[in-house]
Design a protein around this ligand. Structure first.
Ligand SMILES: Nc1ncnc2c1ncn2[C@@H]1O[C@H](COP(=O)(O)OP(=O)(O)OP(=O)(O)O)[C@@H](O)[C@H]1O
Ligand SMILES: Nc1ncnc2c1ncn2[C@@H]1O[C@H](COP(=O)(O)OP(=O)(O)OP(=O)(O)O)[C@@H](O)[C@H]1O
Ligand SMILES: [Mg+2]
Ligand SMILES: [Mg+2]
Lengths: 151, 170, 151, 170
């Protein structure tokens, strides 16, 4: 299974580079094994460089850049092994409008193999959805759901 | 396989029996602050086996049971049922024959402290539920649910934690 | 100075209750001294109950409710001793539109005694501002500022 | 008293000399993800005396100096100047006579490790800057700057930390 781990790691890494470059319209990203001699026990380091920026630690990235990088890694794993469903709670909160669109366009493609449920306040995100569930509290402290379907 | 519906009763702010049906596409859950959207996320995490109170934003397990409002008394039981559709044949389901295509897992917690677990209405243990879900590719450990404010965790986490992602995908 | 601490605490508490009730259109909030016998060494507990909801721990509050409660406490302290200026970085990210408006309307009042600088992606927040500073990166990796003034 | 302007040079993504002028009202700073808005916040926190690298999102102090881009080489010095206007008379300013109404504090860091501090262009120590700002009601400890993603800290923090808020207000 060491070989299987390495194969999976390589696949996820290839996906990560490609998805990162797409979400950031360029730029380079990489996953590396901390301890190459012992892959099954090794941690995984991430390097990520948005387009035109120099190599620097992840800590310096902006709120929106960190969110997009995390999304890129999540999609990279899903392309190898899609989760049956995936619920995302307000992951679009730190994103500017252009990034919300890039994220949503990619999500629509991933949605072929994974059912996505997204909790959001963002109008743009809502416009990409197939269906909308509204949650309300008409009666104080009591949640109620109203479903709105569209294509 | 996909999540067909989620039934909530007595769980956090969902005191009344509520059935959320999800199509096999991309659904957005919307509503004002505090109306209960993240509680839906907590419900799914709880029924698929999440045990840690902190990650369900509660300090005690009884925080999961509807504890009243200005117009309602508290109740004594929280119940969540999650139905998966198009379940592949051959997944082990604790000795329950997987004849139907839909599999419903139910988790119940009483204020008195008792827990109940069911698969397709038949009593079972929590382990039976988590074993079945693991075979189906669902677990609190993988990227099934990203909590509010936690999207950055994947990249701020320790290198060892990221290895788990690759292990689960392998 | 023990008396001065207690007086300040009381003032902040009265403000907190009032501002919370305004931001939440009702509801009750309170600050309490953990160790009343030793106020100068005591920690401070917060209880906060949005309108119509029962008494429960802060942990159960939603993302938006926690942000509004934090804003209420911040304003409560500012009413006692206004900071000369205050910079808020994307504090409106978890808020729905109605809460953004309530927050901004209160901010305009507080802005009489405190200069506010808000970093935001939110159109509604921008509409409340007196002046706008746009930051861009036309040249990759290099920040540049463009000022837009209006009343 | 208010923040009149902020000058940045060589600080994080602000390699070119930049002067931000703030009116005494309510200013919004806007722009796409990663363009440098929070770097402005870091600049203010740093010049008013923030020492902890972690809160400036850096791992080493040299992270604060512009470290290059695809079109620019790194530079060797970061400098931030903050000008306060309508400074009340009588605030101690390290033996520098407060004749003008504007007081400008400057902090400089060289890649070689040297730091420089100035008040109204006159060299001083960091302590002179922080003492002056403390008298003026500004410090990294009070609610002057709320970092991105940290608004909830006030209510999730320990009870002892909240007491500091009251102490500073008293
Ligand atoms: N056991 C319980 N009984 C009754 N109400 C509860 C219980 N647990 C949580 N709540 C209420 O549920 C509300 C939180 O709901 P939730 O976190 O789902 O909101 P949300 O829709 O995600 O809001 P936001 O957009 O701000 O994130 C809180 O007001 C809380 O008081
Ligand atoms: N020392 C440095 N040299 C060059 N660039 C730097 C340096 N430190 C940080 N940066 C860059 O600054 C950018 C981050 O800027 P900042 O956090 O201000 O963005 P932002 O406008 O707040 O974005 P968001 O809306 O996503 O929060 C990162 O892309 C980072 O690479
Ligand atoms: Mg929520
Ligand atoms: Mg930012």
């Amino acid at each position: 299974t060491k070989q299987r781990f390495l194969d999976t790691f390589e696949l996820v890494n290839v996906n990560f580079k490609e998805i990162f470059a797409r979400l950031f319209q360029g730029g380079k990203a990489n996953l590396t094994l901390v301890d190459k001699a012992n892959p099954l026990d090794s941690g995984i380091e991430i390097t990520a460089n948005p387009l035109g920026k120099s190599l620097q630690s992840l800590a310096l990235m902006s709120g929106g850049e960190k969110a997009m990088t995390a999304i890129a890694l999540m999609f990279a794993v899903f392309k190898v092994r899609p989760s049956p469903f995936c619920l995302l709670d307000e992951v679009d909160a730190p994103l500017d409008e252009a990034n919300v669109v890039r994220f949503q366009e990619m999500l629509k493609e991933m949605a072929v193999n994974t059912q996505f449920i997204i909790i959001t306040h963002n109008q743009k995100t809502m416009s990409f959805a197939n269906a909308l569930y509204g949650i309300t509290m008409e009666e104080q402290g009591v949640s109620k759901a109203v479903s709105v379907h569209f294509n | 396989m996909y999540l067909k519906n989620l039934e909530l009763e007595g769980f956090k702010s969902f005191v009344d029996s509520t059935n959320l049906e999800f199509g096999n596409g991309f659904t957005a859950i919307v509503g004002p602050n505090g109306c209960g959207k993240s509680n839906v996320s907590d419900a799914i995490r709880w029924v698929i086996g999440e045990q840690r109170s902190k990650t369900l934003r509660s300090t005690r397990i009884t925080d999961l049971i509807f504890n009243g409002s200005s117009s309602r008394k508290p109740v004594n039981r929280a119940e969540i049922s999650l139905t998966l559709s198009n379940v592949p044949a051959g997944i082990r389901i604790a000795g329950i024959s997987n004849t139907a295509e839909d599999v419903k897992v139910t988790r119940c917690y009483h204020r008195s402290g008792e827990s109940e677990f069911y698969i397709n209405q038949i009593p079972c243990r929590l382990k039976d539920i988590t074993d079945f879900l693991l075979d189906a590719g669902i677990s609190p450990k993988v990227l099934t649910i990203i909590e509010q404010g936690h999207i950055q965790d994947i990249i701020t986490s320790k290198p060892e934690e990221r290895r788990i992602l690759i292990e689960e995908a392998a």
